[in-house]
Design a protein around this ligand. Structure first.
Ligand SMILES: O=P(O)(O)OC[C@H]1O[C@H](OP(=O)(O)OP(=O)(O)O)[C@H](O)[C@@H]1O
Ligand SMILES: Nc1nc2[nH]cnc2c(=O)[nH]1
Length: 204
């Protein structure tokens, strides 16, 4: 289910090449496409089928979307699920406007309801250091759910500082800072429909 990508899978472009960020108002800001829109959507359908196969419609999963990064993922994921699911949102932040985790997770918005006895599926865009997810798992586990699983679109295996048990992972990717499809740099680029690499001149 997990596709492993290396730096060689990044489609880099230079002067004279088509710049995929240009059509979205970001000309000259990206260095490469890492995961194209169709590859993302195909993977999301596979992840939704795998999660649905482990649940039954009698006890619909409660998807907990981790804002803001997972917002694009959860909307496509929920619509690809062949069984009913319910949605909740939680906003946490450990990055602020930086490109590495501060390690301090803050709740910016909590869940709106009790999750006691529910089968929770945390929907995350990316596991980088693993600090956010490990904190979130402990926090939600203390609220008495029947089960907690995690579906993450992206993971950076070489950056992980805290090992976390994750059942469903879309892509293992290199450690480069990625943007697009919900992932930002200083709130920009979330609106891109693909995952790309930011040009180094944009943040160094
Ligand atoms: O594994 P980690 O190193 O903890 O990184 C992963 C977290 O970082 C991002 O959130 P961020 O704090 O940037 O907030 P955002 O989703 O609102 O952009 C991302 O959405 C994950 O939640
Ligand atoms: N935009 C973005 N946010 C992150 N949060 C943790 N890792 C990343 C990353 O590579 N890109």
């Amino acid at each position: 289910m997990t596709t492993t990508l290396t730096s060689d899978d990044a489609v880099r472009f230079g002067p004279g090449d088509v710049d995929p960020g240009a059509g979205y108002g970001y000309p000259g800001e990206l260095a490469a496409t890492l995961i194209a829109e169709n590859a993302l959507q195909e993977k999301i359908r596979a992840l939704a089928a795998a999660v649905a196969a482990d649940h039954d419609s009698e006890q619909p999963p409660l998807l907990v979307c981790v804002l803001k990064g997972a917002v694009m993922f959860v909307t496509d994921f929920a619509r690809a699920m062949p069984i009913p699911c319910e949605l909740e949102f939680m906003a946490v932040s450990s990055y602020g406007s930086a490109t590495s985790s501060s390690g301090v997770v803050r709740i910016l918005k909590d869940l709106d309801r009790d999750i006691t006895g529910r089968r929770v599926v945390i929907v995350e865009d990316i596991i980088d250091s693993g600090l956010t997810l490990s904190w979130l798992l402990k926090n939600l586990a203390s609220r008495g759910p029947a089960a907690i699983d995690v579906v993450a679109l992206l993971r950076k295996p070489e950056a992980v500082k805290v090992e976390v048990e994750v059942r469903y992972i879309g892509f293992d990717i290199p450690t480069d800072f990625v943007v697009g499809y919900g992932l930002d740099f200083a709130e920009r680029y979330r609106d891109l429909p693909f995952v790309g690499l930011l040009g180094e001149h944009m943040y160094r």
